[in-house]
Design a protein around this ligand. Structure first.
Ligand code: XIL
Length: 297
């Protein structure tokens, strides 16, 4: 089976996964990517700390590798991410002056989004900027600029790559009644109304068993604030089939859910490896994979 082809055929939505030079140098990984997944997100290579580890010194090799791999193999490229408080170099976290922070965000985005302009279906412009209470959380960006960093980042991304869909991406958006989900949905609606160029909300969807049931209502709520939504980093502890089926059904039920990205090909490569959250173990499909295939067939 090819779950991307089945998903595209049923609903025109992509089913993707992550990659970078390390995992893509493993032929068991590339065999699965090439047979089952139609979209790629760089797991780490486009993050600030990887791509601009020192101010104005760029390290493009890893990100170029992934972007070229996507192009050569006909995969949709989702670019991840431009502004995040993790995997952030110390020279950025040390900035306390708002004007210097503004210029630093703008030049980072101009360089990185500019380099891949026209190649990224979407960019995660902001990653994990909300707290569990549904408000913007303390970070080097928020601490220096307050809420204004949101507009600064999206405006810079729009200027650098007018073709990419611009996303705000976050985790724990898996229930429609959770304060983080409701708070983020309300804020994004307000920002869109104020003219900030936000096209999409990405729901990372790192789940534990049993959480799949809330995803459809949550996605519908998020979809009310923007023109599209996506499931951007799916993995589920224990890879419970019912939860995987719930998540795929949730994206099918929301017209403007454009696709699903799984965060890891094989359990052995997952950042949550100990919870066995992916669709493959020992590079063999698990029950959850077969459940998705029967759902989409
Ligand atoms: C993770 C990667 O999978 C790991 O390899 C890395 O060590 C840490 O970051 N939210 C995100 C992703 O937006 O970028 C993170 O990826 C997982 C949580």
């Amino acid at each position: 089976a090819n779950i991307n082809a089945l998903f595209v055929k049923k609903s025109k939505k992509y089913f993707g996964n992550i990659g970078d030079q390390g995992t893509l140098s493993n032929s068991q990984t590339t065999a699965i990517i090439n047979s089952d997944f139609g979209q790629l997100t760089p797991e780490n290579s486009m993050k600030w700390g990887s791509i601009e580890p020192e101010n104005n010194t760029f390290s493009w090799a890893g990100a170029d590798y992934l972007a070229n791999y996507a192009k050569t193999n006909g995969k949709v490229l989702r670019c991840h991410n431009l502004v995040w408080h993790n995997q952030l170099p110390a020279y950025v976290s040390a900035i306390t002056d708002p004007e210097i922070m503004t210029a630093t965000i703008q030049s980072h985005i101009a360089a990185v989004a500019g380099r891949y302009a026209g190649q990224c279906y979407a960019w995660d412009v902001l990653n994990e900027v909300f707290g569990e209470d549904g408000k913007l959380e303390a970070s080097p960006f928020y601490n220096t600029l307050g809420e204004s960093f949101v507009k600064i980042a999206f405006d810079a991304a729009k200027k650098a790559d007018p073709y990419a869909k611009l996303y705000i991406n976050d985790f724990n958006l898996d229930s429609a009644t959770y304060p983080k989900t409701t708070g983020l949905a309300a804020k994004v609606k307000e920002w869109v109304a104020a003219g900030i160029p936000i096209d999409g909300i990405g729901s990372q969807t790192h789940l534990n068993a049993g959480q799949g049931a809330g995803v459809e209502a949550a996605l519908k709520l998020l979809a009310g604030s923007v023109s599209e939504v996506a499931i951007t980093e799916l993995d589920i502890a224990g890879a419970a089939s019912t939860d995987y089926v719930d998540v795929v059904n949730a994206c099918l039920a929301v017209e403007n859910c454009v696709g699903i990205t799984e965060w890891g090909v094989d359990d052995s490569q997952s950042w949550r490896s100990s919870s066995s959250p992916t669709l493959f173990s020992g590079f063999k499909p698990k029950a959850a994979y077969n459940a998705i295939v029967s759902l989409l067939q």
